[in-house]
Write a protein that binds this ligand. Structure first.
Ligand SMILES: *Cc1c(COP(=O)(O)O)cnc(C)c1O
Ligand code: SF4
Length: 340
């Protein structure tokens, strides 16, 4: 991931992206705030950009869904590095969820009953500035069948675990072949019934849902669930929804989790728009997460009172199944805590 390919390419050339594989999309991602501003024809002075130790990483097909010339675009604000990230803010920490204390084995978190979360890959298809994993020691986490041996052994020994959540980073940054191997290793553990993918990749790079991946997902004995991560309706264009429909067509339930983010989706219309776009595609809005108070993300903060107000407002306009549970992660609790 060292190439800095033509960051000056105009948005128009993205039209030919059907021919680009998802791996190529990763290689050609925009890797600087300056590159993003150039791509969107935004004068850099319009945003107080400043790079820091969490590098910018944005595939062009995602950037192409942003409004050119708009420094307040809700997709752009999620991914552009700004000077305010470097301000130290009281209460914002590097490991806000105390994950370092929930480790079952290297690369496996076991916080909640019957579920284990496997960190399958340190990489993601996009870098989200609000991410609570931005300071996670990914280099310590295994990514490859040999390195997963300890995680798989730990899961095999704990017969309480019925569901394995593949997270990261993002599990869909792994090759189809690695995913196939991991699924078959998990299917060999008799008490594991469900495998859940927590992934933002199909929302960022639609072509990630490949025929080979679909074949692996279809042929495992495990019940497969997908929880995608989208925060705004503008992320969900026709191409993304068409890819997600391929999962639905083979019987995989697709749910969404979002994070409540200031200036991105903290309005009734933005939140309603997201949930409406999701249910129109038969995707269930599962969780709306209260922001994790991670160092560098304070500018995304929305108060729980405001969050409850927004949930109450959209509840008046949507069917019950379209209203996500508004939750917060509190270290040491036995489940996520429901705020509304
Ligand atoms: C959120 C989370 C889960 C899944 O919780 P659900 O409420 O079942 O979606 C599992 N393990 C960890 C470590 C988590 O953070
Ligand atoms: S895709 Fe998910 S894990 Fe990766 S940076 Fe974004 S929020 Fe974090």
């Amino acid at each position: 991931m060292t190439s800095h390919l033509s960051q000056t390419k105009p948005a128009a050339t993205v039209a030919s992206r059907e021919e680009i594989s998802w791996q190529q999309e990763m290689k050609q991602a925009i890797r600087s705030s300056g590159g993003l501003c150039e791509f969107l024809k935004i004068p850099p002075a319009a945003i107080d950009v400043e790079e820091n130790d969490f590098p910018v990483f944005v595939p062009r097909s995602f950037a192409a869904r942003m409004n050119p010339g708009d420094p307040a675009d809700p997709l752009l604000l999620q991914v552009i590095a700004q000077a305010q990230e470097s301000l130290p803010i009281d209460g914002y920490e590097k490991d806000p969820n105390g994950e370092a204390t929930a480790v079952l084995a290297a690369g496996v978190l076991r916080k909640y009953s019957s579920r284990a979360l496997m960190i399958t890959s340190g990489a993601c298809a996009v870098h989200c500035r609000y991410c609570f994993r931005r300071h996670y020691p990914y280099s310590d986490s295994p990514s490859g069948l040999e390195q997963w041996r300890h995680s798989l052994e730990a899961i095999a020994q704990d017969t309480n675990i019925e569901e394995v959540i593949l997270s990261g980073g993002d599990p869909l940054v792994m090759s189809d072949q690695s995913i196939g191997q991991l699924l078959s290793a998990l299917a060999d553990i008799s008490h594991v019934k469900h495998v859940r993918f927590h992934t933002r990749t199909p929302v960022i790079i639609a072509s990630r849902i490949t025929p080979t991946l679909l074949l692996y997902l279809k042929s495992t004995r495990l019940k497969v669930w997908f929880v995608i991560h989208s925060n705004h309706a503008n992320e969900l264009d026709g191409e993304v929804l068409t890819s997600l429909a391929k999962l639905q067509q083979i019987g995989i339930p697709v749910l969404n989790q979002a994070v409540l983010l200031r200036r991105v989706n903290d309005s009734e219309d933005a939140l309603y728009g997201l949930c409406k776009r999701l249910i129109d595609a038969q995707i269930t809005p599962y969780y709306l997460h209260q922001l994790d108070e991670v160092a560098g993300a304070a500018h995304f903060y929305v108060s729980p009172d405001r969050g409850r107000e927004l949930i109450a407002a959209i509840r008046k306009r949507l069917p019950g199944y379209a209203v996500p549970r508004y939750v917060k992660e509190i270290a040491g609790e036995q489940s996520k805590t429901v705020l509304a």
